[in-house]
Design a protein around this ligand. Structure first.
Ligand SMILES: *[C@@H]1O[C@H](CO)[C@@H](O)[C@H](O)[C@H]1NC(C)=O
Length: 281
């Protein structure tokens, strides 16, 4: 049906143009830990390219401070810290004027001699994770011990460890140790489940580690706005009113068509269009 495809095109267009504007915080280098005096660049990347977002952070000293005000140099929606100091450690996120927030990332800057290079953003289930236990000055022996949730998981003579095909169970707090140099700070590695269908997150049955609760609370702040399906539905209903405008448009198109049937018949047809629109939504 020609009319129905027109309806689909219109609704698809309204969905594309007016979908909720998501922002993502990315970091370069994309590692959780840095040595003091390293440089760091963060940016708020939006789907539609506008830049009404500011980068904010919480540190142990001050909360909700904005890039360019006491720390960092702002350029558009990016923020650069040229020489990091340990008190740059904290949680960073992007925030719009209306208060909506992006994913948040946790950065640790150490004045110590060892860092663990681990991904700052969540890793997709099934992907490999590369860890590098790095020292500030070249080590005489790069051999490193790796730990997850305080438990020794292996020694790597090169200081590099690869975790193949990660699963949710690989999620945890990692650190490493190089003898004669010391230990790195700990950092979380998050694993995101492969996107399948929109369903509420599964409830974890077993909680063997004491840290599980804190992990879950951290995860809920880290993930991008976890919404209840019903709430999503309501949000879509409210946000995607252009969809309904397009429906009205289509209905009016029908009105302006030369009527071949009787007046009462046309009216019924209009109703049918509205009903089918709601149904396809
Ligand atoms: C930052 O700190 C404020 C105030 O303590 C708190 O409400 C907020 O949740 C924190 N944000 C993040 C992302 O941790």
């Amino acid at each position: 049906m020609e009319e129905l495809s027109l309806l689909w095109i219109l609704s698809a267009m309204s969905l594309l143009c007016c979908s909720t504007n998501q922002v993502h915080l990315t970091m370069s280098p994309s590692f959780s830990q840095l040595f003091e005096d390293d440089s760091l660049s963060l940016s708020c990347e939006e789907d539609d390219g506008s830049s009404g977002w500011t980068l904010k952070r919480n540190t142990t000293k001050r909360q909700r401070t904005q890039c360019g005000f006491g720390w960092g140099r702002r350029a558009g929606s990016s923020c650069t810290i040229s020489l990091t100091v340990p008190w740059d450690s904290g949680v960073y996120w992007c925030e719009s004027r209306d208060g909506s927030t992006s994913n948040s990332i946790t950065i640790t800057v150490t004045g110590g001699a060892v860092i663990l290079q681990s991904p700052v953003l969540p890793v997709m289930e099934g992907h490999d994770v590369f860890l590098h236990c790095q020292t500030k000055t070249p080590p005489s022996n790069p051999s490193a011990k790796f730990f997850k949730d305080g438990v020794f998981i292996g020694t790597e003579p090169t200081g590099h460890m690869t975790i193949h095909h990660v699963t949710k169970s690989d999620e945890g707090l990692y650190k490493c140790h190089i003898s004669s140099h010391g230990e790195s700070p700990p950092s979380w590695i998050y694993v995101t489940e492969k996107p399948t269908t929109i369903s509420p997150p599964p409830l974890t049955s077993a909680a063997p580690l004491q840290s599980t609760t804190s992990l879950e609370s951290t995860l809920s702040t880290t993930s991008t706005t976890p919404l209840h399906p019903w709430f999503r539905l309501i949000l879509h209903l409210v946000v995607f009113c252009p969809y309904f405008i397009s429906t009205v448009l289509v209905v009016s198109l029908y009105r302006h068509r030369p009527t071949v049937s009787m007046a009462s018949g046309t009216q019924d047809f209009d109703k049918a269009v509205v009903v089918s629109t709601v149904h396809h939504f």
